[in-house]
Design a protein around this ligand. Structure first.
Ligand SMILES: *Cc1c(COP(=O)(O)O)cnc(C)c1O
Length: 404
């Protein structure tokens, strides 16, 4: 009998990181601003910007820090209203609270994407938009950008989990004014912790760089597109010198040294992750009790997990499904049924008054989440399929169930 695949372990850090890490251990050169230029963090920023096709990148301590700095870099006043999808990770509304702004939650449909009618209805009175591509599911960016641009609202993309995803062939994270990515271990690039912010706007990057902790003249170590000196950037830095608080949320050289050799792995991880996902999705959709929502037409996804909805099950049956899947070796989380889940908006009690969002709530009560890393083999994927389809049969049609 095949063993349950380990879906939690990350891939090993590429061997190429070893020499650089050894050099950093020997020299103690861990702070990005110690070396004259070209620190590992600066090189990572340049390589990431070139890979994604952005003019500027700033590596920071986390994607949450990148989201917070994005709001500060846009110069949003205290109390500014920022639209976010109600299906996201608690760190996203938290970054808005941190920036003294107010999150406005928008309904999300059972395809995990923003409900555009509710988005449009909530735009009046909004000051900015932060789109979380939650679990790598892209909302309708054509509609969102058109509606936001009509009103002159800046769009921040939370692409923490969307590295490698494309929309009409354009990389996610480059559609809005600012894009933010994560290097936390469950994301496509793994530094343990870390994040990066990208933009084409010299004023925004200058403000974000200074506030991330480029005190005094350390900003001189930040260059323009392709590592060249850029007069527009120099002017922006001069304009903001001594005008902004320093939040000191930088990335260290050791983290950058671990991420840099992984950049070359991105296309393989994207390809294999998508292949695994689409294979498993096809098999799950054959079950009458499981459904994987279709991606939107302009979207090419880069998944490392799978989300699917339970069909025709009560709360009790949904919980029993979760238990049956666990007995069969696959851990599934139903966002709304697991206690204190950080992706269920009613647990964001730090926001105070929480709105009622019936569509999002209904989705969360039946939406399942299972990890499906790119490194899984076809045999591993078959194990996951059998466990999930079998668990649904255990509950809905025990006479059909596969043996355990
Ligand atoms: C992981 C994640 C974050 C937070 O990233 P950190 O780097 O851990 O701060 C934010 N949004 C989404 C959609 C995520 O998946």
């Amino acid at each position: 009998m095949t063993l349950a695949p380990n879906v939690y372990d990350a891939e090993p850090i590429p061997e190429a990181a070893r020499a650089e890490i050894e050099r950093l251990l020997t020299s103690g050169d861990l702070f990005r601003y110690t070396s004259a230029d070209d620190s590992p963090v600066a090189l990572l920023e340049r390589e990431f910007a070139d890979m994604i096709g952005a003019k500027y990148a700033l590596a920071v301590a986390s994607c949450s820090a990148a989201l917070f700095l994005s709001l500060k870099a846009l110069g949003l006043p205290r109390g500014a209203r920022v639209l976010i999808p109600a299906f996201t990770f608690a760190a996203v509304p938290s970054s808005i609270v941190h920036a003294d702004c107010v999150p406005v939650l928008v309904e999300v449909g059972d395809n995990y994407r923003i409900d555009i009618a509710d988005f449009e209805a909530k735009l009046d009175g909004a000051d900015a938009v932060m789109i979380s591509h939650m679990r790598g599911h892209t909302s309708d960016m054509d509609a969102i950008m058109a509606l936001a641009e009509e009103r002159g609202l800046p769009v921040i993309e939370d692409a923490a989990h969307s590295l490698g995803t494309e929309w009409h062939g354009k990389k996610i994270g480059t559609i809005g004014k600012i894009g933010c990515f994560s290097f936390q271990s469950y994301k496509l690039l793994n530094a343990g912790e870390g994040g990066i912010l990208i933009t084409d706007d010299p004023d925004i990057i200058a403000r974000a760089v200074i506030m991330s902790g480029a005190y005094e003249h350390n900003w001189k170590k930040h260059k323009g597109p392709h590592g060249e000196n850029s007069p527009a950037l120099q002017e922006a830095f001069a304009r903001w010198q001594n005008q902004l608080p320093l939040y000191n949320t930088r990335l260290g050289n050791m983290s950058a040294a671990m991420v840099r050799p992984q950049l070359a792995e991105v296309p393989r991880r994207v390809r294999d992750g998508r292949q695994n996902h689409d294979y498993v999705a096809g098999q799950l959709n054959a079950s009458p009790w499981l459904t994987v929502p279709k991606k939107l037409a302009p979207e090419d996804r880069a998944p490392d997990s799978i989300q699917f909805n339970l069909v025709g099950m009560t709360d009790a049956e949904a919980k029993a499904f979760q238990d049956a899947a666990a007995r069969r070796g696959v851990k599934v989380q139903i966002f709304g049924l697991s206690t204190d889940n950080a992706r269920a908006f009613w647990n964001w009690q730090f926001l105070g008054d929480l709105p009622e969002l019936p569509r999002t709530r209904a989705m969360l009560m039946r939406a399942c989440d299972a990890r499906l890393p790119a490194r899984l083999t076809r045999e591993d994927c078959d194990f996951v399929v059998e466990a999930l389809v079998g668990a649904a049969e255990d509950i809905k049609s025990p006479e059909l169930a596969y043996g355990t």
